[in-house]
Ligand binder design. Structure first.
Ligand SMILES: Nc1ncnc2c1ncn2[C@@H]1O[C@H](COP(=O)(O)OP(=O)(O)OP(=O)(O)O)[C@@H](O)[C@H]1O
Ligand SMILES: [Mg+2]
Length: 538
């Protein structure tokens, strides 16, 4: 048979089969067709030696993107770039790099422990159109994994675990980190691009290393936390005066661990329920930050009576930004709400999270809030030491040593200056960026700060002396006054007594006179009765 005849015959066979199929579809009852369909698929599966698994892009009814799907997408990215012919490109990491993934209806092969398998991408186009308030996706993408059934155990176990792990790692490496802030009960985000790092953080090297080790140990200790039955969370309390690097350290932490930041503004949270909702929406590998927790809420006073609070709050204390519960309908977050928030985080949310509180006044916080177990590590950030200054000098001026360093070391030992202030003096002062100018400016500022501190101390001592003198004077005056009062009292008493004595003497004399025959003439004079009688007779 020549090829032309063969093609003609094959063509006529195909045409006949298609005609028969069309007739079958047209005239056969629907139930029979369904029955036929079901059993033909079963017969096919019986002889077909491969297993297929589909991973859909969306799962659940809330249009949640499947974590498995995105992990597979990342995992297949590197394989697609070498195998697939049609690729999709996406820009990540602050527009600095391009990530490739396979386009729809592409196939790539993979190998795991000598077993060959195939991944294919595809999509279902939904025919139903629903009118909805929310955007509806008509395409439902999926990845399909095909492998021989004799490798079922290996693929369903180790291989899929390996794909998800590697995919998630790639995702973390490629993702643009985000800085979330809450506006009411929702989180809004921007791309997080803070250049702070532990290398540039001005701090004693030993303490810095301790913090870095603590963070790294935490981030790699998933199995440890699971073994000891603790949630994979850690709380940090950063405290110290303004400008000592608390916020900078948080950014450095996020950069070190590749975490997102959730900056929680408590004053914008309506109540405890809203707080809980925000917490639940946070994602894994993130740092939840509450800055200036002492100002956000009057957390120290919530357990005390209102009057006590008002009496105890002095002028130096920052006023609570948040009105009290009864005064405000805007925010009713309470200390117990915060405690539940932290404990809820510890128990309710899967995955690794850090929670960081910052404060300028650690002594004002309720001990319950910062106890170990809630805030595991307390880190004090204080005034600039010479070691911290050396880090700043290296960062700002690229200087390891300079003859002016000795004077700076001496001055830093004698006066207090925050790293923020020191850093300000190290900013370029001339176009040529002369380091000496900066160092001299710092020395000038330190000397002035020292003088000011001495003057302040003298003034304070004077004020103290003056107030002691005034107090002594006041006390002496008070003493004199009491003495004079006591003397006057005694004098009055003596006079009273003398009067009483006189009057009783007069009374006695009167009595005596009466007894002797005298009477009172109404003028206080005593007349003899007999004399009177004589006068009448005349
Ligand atoms: N330890 C430090 N190392 C490097 N830079 C620092 C350090 N401390 C402060 N700075 C510099 O000072 C600026 C202010 O620091 P930062 O905002 O971290 O202070 P803070 O402790 O959070 O202050 P506040 O209590 O007012 O929030 C930063 O932009 C940073 O450049
Ligand atoms: Mg800060």
């Amino acid at each position: 048979m020549n090829p032309a005849d063969m093609f003609t015959q094959v063509g006529s066979v195909i045409a006949s089969v298609m005609f028969a199929w069309a007739m079958f579809k047209q005239y056969c009852p629907y139930s029979v067709q369904e029955y036929f369909d079901k059993y033909s698929k079963r017969a096919f599966t019986f002889v077909y030696p491969y297993i297929q698994i589909s991973f859909n892009e969306f799962t659940g009814d809330r249009f949640m993107r499947s974590e498995a799907y995105s992990a597979i997408e990342n995992y297949l990215g590197s394989r697609s770039s070498t195998q697939a012919k049609r690729l999709k490109a996406d820009v990540v990491k602050n527009s600095q790099s391009v990530v490739l993934s396979m386009d729809d209806y592409e196939e790539v092969a993979d190998e795991f422990q000598g077993v060959k398998l195939r991944w294919a991408s595809g999509k279902h186009i939904s025919k139903t159109q629903s009118v909805s308030f929310y955007p509806v996706t008509d395409e439902k993408k999926y990845y399909k994994l095909t492998f021989h059934k004799r490798h079922r155990q290996l693929i369903l176990g180790d291989y899929l675990k390996h794909v998800l792990k590697e995919g998630n790692e790639i995702k973390v490496r490629n993702r643009q980190r985000k800085l979330y802030t809450n506006s009411g009960s929702y989180w809004r985000h921007v791309v997080f691009q803070h250049p702070a790092s532990f290398e540039t953080l001005a701090m004693e090297a030993e303490r810095k290393q301790e913090i870095v080790d603590d963070l790294v140990i935490f981030s790699t200790a998933e199995d440890f936390y699971a073994r000891i039955g603790r949630a994979w969370k850690r709380g940090y309390l950063l405290f110290g005066p303004p400008g000592t690097g608390k916020s900078t350290m948080i950014a450095a932490m996020a950069n070190l661990l590749n975490y997102d930041i959730y900056d929680l503004e408590l004053t914008a949270v309506k109540d405890n329920t809203e707080l809980r909702k925000l917490l639940i929406e946070t994602t894994t590998r993130s740092i939840i930050v509450i800055e200036d927790i002492d100002c956000s809420l009057d957390l120290t006073g919530q357990r005390k009576k209102k009057k006590e609070e008002e009496g105890q709050r002095d002028e130096k204390d920052p006023k609570p930004k948040l009105p009290k519960e009864e005064d405000s309908k805007q925010s009713q977050v309470t200390l117990s709400g915060i405690l539940n928030f932290v404990d809820g985080l510890w128990s309710a949310c899967r995955g690794e999270r850090l929670i960081v509180f910052t404060t300028n006044f650690v002594e004002k916080l309720d001990p319950a809030l910062i106890r170990k177990g809630r805030m595991d590590k307390h880190i004090e950030l204080s005034y600039c030491s010479f070691e911290a200054f050396q880090v700043l000098a290296k960062n700002y001026l690229r200087l390891d040593s300079h003859h002016l360093f000795a004077r700076i070391q001496e001055l830093l030992g004698e006066t207090k200056m925050t790293p923020a202030e020191v850093a300000e003096h190290l900013m370029p002062k001339t176009i040529t960026g002369d380091a000496k100018v900066c160092l001299e400016s710092l020395i000038g500022a330190l000397e002035k700060a020292k003088e000011d501190a001495i003057l302040k101390a003298e003034e304070e001592a004077k004020e103290k002396e003056e107030s002691a003198r005034l107090k002594a004077e006041e006390e002496a005056k008070e003493k004199e006054k009491t003495k004079a009062e006591e003397e006057a009292k005694e004098k009055a008493k003596a006079e009273e007594e003398a009067k009483e004595k006189d009057s009783s003497a007069a009374e006695n004399a009167k009595k005596q006179a009466k007894e002797n025959g005298f009477c009172d003439n109404g003028n206080g004079e005593l007349n003899n009765k007999e004399n009177k009688q004589e006068g009448f007779s005349h």
